[in-house]
Write a protein that binds this ligand. Structure first.
Ligand SMILES: [Zn+2]
Length: 181
């Protein structure tokens, strides 16, 4: 999943009914919801092999990431509730990725996923309602700054998703490069 993760983080922030001063900071929620993808990015920048998301999306790694993010969020906010929401969002990264992509569950374990990235139009249809729902929920809440929940912000998110899916349709899905020694 691509931009849909941002929709999930936005929805989580909107559903956090605590007073705005003590609600979970949106930056923590956004970072948590894309944490495994940030690891993906770092590994790919360092040209490290990460077959089927083994070092970023497998269950043991996601458990470690959730713990690290939860602890860091607790140290920053001193709120156990925020820490749990942040850790939960890291874990919630996986289920939608099993629909859009294909990930290995543990080292030498099975590779799971519907992999609808094969069809860019289908990925767009799946992610669009999640993006809109998250934006709509956050817009209905008292979230500030309001620019973050403007129609322009929604259009920007949809454009990024559309660009990804059109590229996928035109040039085919990005298949993970085989690891060479
Ligand atoms: Zn991912």
């Amino acid at each position: 999943m691509i931009v849909g993760h941002i929709g999930i983080a936005s929805g989580a922030r909107a559903l956090d009914r605590r007073e705005s001063g003590s609600a979970a900071p949106i930056l923590w929620l956004l970072a948590a919801s894309v944490a495994p993808d940030m690891v993906d990015g770092a590994l790919s920048l360092g040209k490290y092999c990460n077959p089927e998301g083994l070092f970023s999306h497998s269950l043991p790694v996601v458990a470690v990431l959730a713990t690290l993010f939860g602890c860091a969020a607790f140290l920053h906010t001193r709120s156990a509730v925020t820490a749990l929401i942040v850790a939960g969002l890291v874990v919630l990264h996986l289920p939608p990725d099993f629909i859009t992509g294909r990930k290995v569950l543990w080292p030498d374990g099975p590779v799971v996923g519907l992999y609808i990235y094969r069809w860019g139009w289908l990925d767009f249809i799946v992610e669009l309602p999640i993006i809109i729902a998250g934006w709509w929920l956050l817009r209905r809440s008292n979230f500030k700054p309001r620019i973050a929940v403007s129609v322009l912000a929604l259009l920007a998110l949809i454009s990024v998703q559309a660009a990804f899916d059109v590229t996928t349709e035109v040039s085919g899905p990005r298949t993970p490069r085989p690891c060479t020694r």
